[in-house]
Design a binder for this molecule. Structure first.
Ligand code: IPE
Ligand code: IPE
Ligand code: MG
Length: 253
């Protein structure tokens, strides 16, 4: 607990009172983040990987609040992939435990935070307790407008695409009706616009099975900062970089 408080104080100082330099009229509607580097953050401090995940959860709450405050409409975070089950059982159960704790706290603070929360991925394989918390969180928060936070849990983009194909086949959708728009409606992200900006922390430059279909025309931003060290200033930097890009969608300017 001591190190968490110390770590929070340091960051509070570093992110206070810095003026933002981005244009409030050209904010990305949807920001998606591959939050990576929790394990390395912990290793640098000779802490167990779990401590990195706990710190990462704090960062997530903080970044979500900031997104809400500045007017971002959608924030999607990659919290647990279909491939992350291959980690040690201890780490997986610690992550699931942290998720439960996070959701309990979110439900408690729901009326104060007023954030709509959705879960993307196959959550049916999670523990009944976690599934109940997910259901409750989605149910209570659906009335909130402003920011929608999507948490990708047991999410894998290839599985998502395959499931979409399977459901289109089950519905016997005619070949001619299988448009990009129709296809998108069968993804976990149906009704969510494609991400404008995809951020990955920790220096890795890959998607790791995240939003493969949806990121066709996203802008990518990579930072060496480890996720637990990411904060409002880091997000500002990403938004500034995003606003300096020219999105051409294959056309010319
Ligand atoms: C991201 O941090 C969180 C999850 C994938 C659950 P990592 O746990 O991947 O951290 P590193 O990449 O090992 O540092
Ligand atoms: C991607 O991070 C998955 C999540 C952030 C949930 P990983 O750490 O699992 O990805 P790789 O193994 O480095 O590609
Ligand atoms: Mg990683």
């Amino acid at each position: 607990m001591f190190f968490m408080n110390l770590f929070r104080k340091q960051r509070d100082r570093s992110s206070a009172s810095k003026s933002t330099k981005w244009n409030p009229h050209e904010l990305p509607t949807h920001i998606a983040i591959v939050l990576d580097g929790n394990g390395r953050w912990a290793a640098k401090r000779a802490l167990p990987r779990t401590a990195g995940h706990a710190a990462g959860a704090e960062t997530f709450r903080r970044v979500a609040t900031y997104c809400k405050n500045i007017g971002i409409k959608y924030l999607t975070v990659y919290a647990f992939s279909t491939e992350n089950w291959s980690r040690g059982e201890d780490e997986v159960s610690a992550i699931m435990g942290l998720l439960e704790k996070y959701l309990h706290e979110s439900i408690e603070k729901m009326e104060r935070d007023r954030v709509k929360m959705k879960f993307l991925g196959d959550t049916t394989v999670l523990s009944p307790k976690l599934q109940a918390l997910i259901k409750e969180t989605e149910e209570i928060s659906k009335k909130f407008e402003g920011v929608q936070v999507n948490i990708c849990l047991n999410y894998g983009s290839r599985t998502e695409i395959l499931r979409a194909v399977q459901s289109l086949l089950t519905e016997r959708v005619q070949k001619e009706s299988m448009t990009e728009e129709e296809f998108s409606k069968h993804l976990y992200t149906a009704a969510i616009p494609d991400p404008d900006l995809v951020i990955r922390t920790s220096g890795e430059k890959r998607l790791s099975n995240f939003l493969l279909w949806q990121s066709a025309y996203s802008e990518f931003y990579f930072t060496d900062t480890l996720w637990p060290d990411f904060d409002e200033n880091e997000l500002d930097k990403a938004i500034i970089e995003y606003q300096s890009r020219e999105r051409r969608y294959g056309g010319v300017k």
